[in-house]
Design a binder for this molecule. Structure first.
Ligand code: COA
Length: 705
């Protein structure tokens, strides 16, 4: 892939002498960005373009071609691309639109075949090009003057990518590269990350704009691998249902359910930003700063109000403020830093009269204190300070201490402050116009760092040993009957096999059996009709809750059978399911769905209104380590209900963790399971009990993993 990023020779096929045409702008950008290698414009009529000799085809070019940028109408592309292959062109960027995104997958696939035949990797089609600042490559028709820096920006959307390219220039964000991947026919984000950006010394962080991933699992693997080396920020559009539909038609990619994307990003260490401005704010902090060595942050401010705003933001973002009052006093309560009425409670308030020198001294003190791990500076414009001079002081002190610990600054004020922000950013110091942005960006850096810590602790997940042959035997029997919907006793048999706790149950054919089993499972009992023809058992009058003696079991048994026959005369009735009735407890749900992009996904939430109205649920792509199951529980908003809120007894969290984890293992090892619901799972003081169960099989049968 190095030829894409570091070509020594470029051919622009479809180069034009007419300003405003894409073929002209690409040529112009390549030249004005200072490309030092050979540049060959390919045009059927022209003799020279922008001072470069033209060739009618790549075959006529005397030298080797490392990169061909193709910008001619779609119908000519396959033949020209084949010509590139024959010439031995090493890589290509196909700018032309009009392939997979408008439904012509056949021609797009043909391009992939050609690329594979000639071992000629290509990005596109339907892209605006590629930029690699360290080697002065701007083979794109975006803005010419990209600011060199350490952030690689990969974008699936072309127009938005170009717009954001311009935006980075205005906002002084330095980029190592910009790659437009368009239809991702051969090269997508995973390939770029794995084969180039992961090990590129000029790239410190990566920002992805994605509309959809093609192979979610593979992408997660790559993100994780790369994310352990450098932070990845994702901007994923299509959060709303309408947005997702628009994305699908835009580049023809599959957009999985958005909360599943969020889960997948989180699991693979990708920092998901809500919008472009947040993404670039984070990128600014992440590319400029080292990984923090600890959790203690200090805020240095000249304004109390803005300090409180920052403190609130720290709480919202789980950022810890250093709190050793003695030490803070020792570090900052000095005449050169603050007047006697200043405050050393973190935020450290040097007060409105605090000048440039006071800031400098305070920042130096924070850099020199080993107890402090990251520094947040807030500056409200006052008449007692000169923003330009303050910027110079900050640049000096941060550069001198550079790399020791993360540093962010928020400057609030008028025009002079805007200039100050620009100056700081030009000098690779992460400066923002609001404290919330500075804090949110610093916390993104912390989240990445925590991902690495967490990953080191968790290690590799070994598959749990499950009795797969027995599980498969149950599934095969169901399939033999032409069913994909498991009956409750079948689902619960599987649960028992994998070690989940289910209330004791049995299937009775006669009243005598029902009475015997009721005795065995223990009164009171729950009795339910078992028939594949009666899915909504309660509607059919097929459920009786609470019989507590033999007589009531007799009555319930007959009532259930009569109701079932009345409901559906020809229903295939397999008997009556009898189970011990578990006393009421906090109800939670563990569910599984199979996502087309990510495969099996496990959901956890509290039952009842929490799931139905509040949608207070979390997802994880299976399988995942046990610790991840604990994070799931701690992520739901209604978690206090499980930890003993409002006088309730705390639930056995370990048992919930085990259940979620075992289910994630089951669905990862048994591909036949399409959907699964334990609803409710009773969260007991000791243990957890799968009270109701529903498993649906896939249409297609799978061999065991
Ligand atoms: N070999 C060499 N030159 C060729 C050629 C060939 N086989 N076929 C055409 N050309 C020349 C043309 O003569 C023309 O040169 P000229 O300006 O001197 O006349 C030039 O290549 C471009 O061809 P033209 O037919 O004028 O096409 P165009 O410039 O109007 O459009 C694309 C070409 C690729 C820009 C257009 O088809 C396209 O796909 N546009 C969308 C691109 C896009 O938006 N991509 C996504 C980014 S977000």
């Amino acid at each position: 892939m190095k030829f894409l990023f570091k070509p020594k020779s470029i051919a622009v096929i479809g180069a034009s002498a007419k300003p405003g045409k894409i073929g002209y702008e690409i040529m112009d950008n390549i030249l004005s960005y200072g490309f030092k290698g050979e540049l060959y414009p390919i045009n059927l009529k022209e003799i020279e373009i922008l001072g470069k000799k033209c060739y009618k085809s790549v075959a006529d070019v005397p030298g080797e071609i490392d990169l061909a940028v193709i910008s001619i109408p779609a119908k000519y592309v396959p033949a020209v691309f084949e010509g590139c292959g024959k010439k031995g062109v090493k890589s290509a960027a196909i700018v032309t639109s009009g392939f997979g995104e408008v439904g012509d997958h056949e021609t797009e696939n043909r391009l992939v075949e050609i690329a594979e035949k000639y071992n000629m990797p290509f990005i596109g089609p339907n892209i605006f090009g590629i930029v690699y600042a360290p080697n002065n490559i701007n083979a794109s028709f975006g803005p010419a003057d990209v600011k060199p820096g350490k952030l690689a920006f990969i974008t699936q959307s072309g127009a938005l990518g170009i717009a954001l390219m311009g935006w980075t220039i205005t906002n002084k964000i330095g980029l190592s590269s910009i790659v437009s991947i368009g239809n991702k026919a051969q090269i997508g984000e995973s390939e770029l990350l794995e084969n180039f950006l992961k090990d590129d010394p000029n790239t410190k962080a990566i920002l992805l704009y994605v509309e959809g991933l093609i192979d979610g699992r593979q992408s997660m693997k790559t993100f994780k691998e790369v994310g352990l080396k450098k932070p990845i920020i994702a901007l994923k559009s299509g959060r709303s249902k309408r947005g997702a539909a628009a994305a699908a038609s835009h580049t023809g990619s599959l957009a999985g359910a958005d909360n599943i994307y969020s889960a997948a990003f989180k699991q693979s260490g990708v920092l998901r930003a809500i919008d472009a401005s947040e993404a670039f704010d984070w990128a600014r902090c992440i590319t400029n700063n080292p990984r923090p060595k600890g959790k203690n942050a200090v805020i240095i401010t000249n304004g109390g109000g803005v300090g409180v705003m920052a403190t609130d933001a720290c709480e919202d973002n789980d950022l810890d403020l250093y709190n050793d009052q003695e030490k803070l006093k020792e570090l900052f309560f000095k005449p050169e830093i603050m007047p006697p009425f200043g405050s050393t409670k973190n935020p450290v308030d040097i007060t409105g009269g605090g000048g440039e020198l006071a800031y400098k001294k305070a920042i130096e003190a924070a850099y020199n204190a080993k107890e402090i791990h990251s520094i947040v500076v807030l500056y409200c414009q006052t008449a007692t300070t000169n923003p330009d001079l303050l910027a110079d002081y900050i640049i000096e002190v941060v550069k001198k201490n550079g790399g020791k610990k993360p540093f962010v600054i928020a400057n609030i004020g008028g025009e002079a402050v805007e200039t100050m922000i620009d100056k700081l950013n030009e000098n690779d110091i992460s400066a923002y116009d609001l404290p919330e942005k500075a804090i949110s960006s610093l916390s993104a850096l912390y989240r990445w760092s925590e991902f690495i810590d967490r990953n080191e602790k968790q290690g590799k997940t070994k598959p749990l040993k499950l009795p797969i042959p027995q599980i498969k035997a149950i599934i095969d029997n169901i399939r033999k009957e032409g069913r994909i919907q498991m009956l409750e006793h079948e689902s619960k048999q599987i649960f028992k096999l994998i070690g989940l706790n289910v209330p004791p149950f049995a299937l009775a054919q006669t009243v005598d059996e029902a009475q015997k089993f009721a005795q065995e499972v223990g009164y009171p009992v729950v009795m339910k009709i078992v028939s594949e023809d009666i899915i909504h058992k309660s509607d059919a009058g097929g459920v009786v809750v609470g019989p507590k003696n033999a007589r009531e079991v007799d009555e319930a048994f007959n009532k259930i059978l009569t109701n079932a026959k009345n409901y559906k005369a020809d229903a295939n009735i397999r008997g009556v399911f009898i189970s011990h009735m578990v006393p009421k407890a906090t109800e939670v749900i563990v569910g599984v769905t199979r996502d087309p992009t990510f495969g099996p996904v496990v959901m956890f939430g509290l039952g009842g209104i929490f799931v139905e109205i509040m949608k207070d649920v979390v997802f994880r792509v299976a399988p995942f380590p046990k610790e991840e199951a604990r994070h799931m529980i701690n992520e739901i908003k209604s978690k206090p209900m499980l930890y003993g809120a409002r006088g309730t007894k705390p639930a056995d969290i370990d048992a919930l963790v085990d259940t979620i984890y075992i289910i994630s293992q089951l669905v990862s090892q048994v591909d036949d399971i399409k959907e699964l619901d334990i609803n409710p799972l009773f969260a007991l003081e000791k243990g957890a009990s799968a009270v109701d169960a529903r498993i649906t099989l896939t249409e297609k049968s799978y061999p065991s993993n």
